[in-house]
Design a protein around this ligand. Sequence first.
Ligand SMILES: N[C@@H](CCC(=O)N[C@@H](CS)C(=O)NCC(=O)O)C(=O)O
Length: 366
Amino acid sequence: MSGKSISNRKDEFKRQPSSFREIISVDHPVYKPAKGRYWLYVALSCPWAQRTLITRALKGLAPVIGCSVVHWHLDDKGWRFLQAPNGETNERHWFNIAGGIISATASSSTPVAGVDNNAHRLLIDGTNEPHYGYKRLSELYIRAESNYNGRVTVPILWDLKTCTIVNNESSDIIRIMNSSAFDEFVSEQHHQIDLVPLHLEAQIAKFNSWVYDGINNGVYKVGFAKSAEVYESEVTTLFQNLDRLENHLEEKYTKLEAEYGKNNKNKILARFFAIGDTLTEADVRLYPTIIRFDLVYHQHFKCNLGTIRDDYPYIYTWLRSIYWCYGPFQHTTDFNHIKLGYTRSQPRINLLGITPLGPKPDIQPL
Ligand SMILES: N[C@@H](CCC(=O)N[C@@H](CS)C(=O)NCC(=O)O)C(=O)O
């Protein structure tokens, strides 16, 4: 049963549409491609923001588009930045984030559940805002639009030249990064990477569409349901969609086994992707939800009719293959930000803010 068939619609979760939807291109009257002109603001706990970090890394854009990371704790005033001592900023760090610095320090598999919500560990709990010294993400929204009254969300792609938000919709931001707009600033090897190749465009669009509604946003519809009736309906629908994904990946894996032989695991895994036999946008958009599933969605959002690790062997093989073999996925995954971010920031769901220590390990070896 889909959530839409339920009469009590006020109990359903509705995602607010994003408000800034510009693109960057040589033909755009304002937003032309340039090195160092655009800046990404993210939360490492946020799956939508992680898409943009993965794409930025895959496309070699870390030296072109810098990045700041908000503190993992979303409090009643929204996202906040850390303050660097004496206004200190180190550009090199900001450019390298998710190319290593933050995640290398913070994503040790030892959970820091005992840490308090006001922890101020620069480059571990987040970064400062290096351009304007802002304390809150909301200040960027107000700078962009003085009477802005929508939700203050990450990710944001910011223009340092006109001091405004170019785009705050992750699916647009990854398309901007995947376009050839920034090719002149990255190596030849990165021009070749196309996450939406023309021959797979329609398949990727179809896949993204049901995965968004049924899985990416599906977990939120479960977690933010305001009545048992809505919850029960949404959680059933979510697991039907996970079953569909499992069948899709099983079919792909079985075909690869037939082609390369059951024992040729390396060859199989090198071609085991959501759509086609290379990494595409479909993997980039699916991964942030699946990597969070057992850690937070299972217990915190009550998506607990099963776990990925125990009940979905093909999804789990795909997940581990992506995580362990592709740096841009692994290095943008910070298990501490993910666990702390969800469990400490939603008192309606977890009043005492106690962060569960398990499951252990965060992800098993391939
Ligand atoms: N449509 C947006 C959704 C972004 C979004 O919902 N971000 C969440 C974090 S996961 C956020 O910043 N929420 C803060 C709030 O709503 O107050 C996108 O995909 O970029």
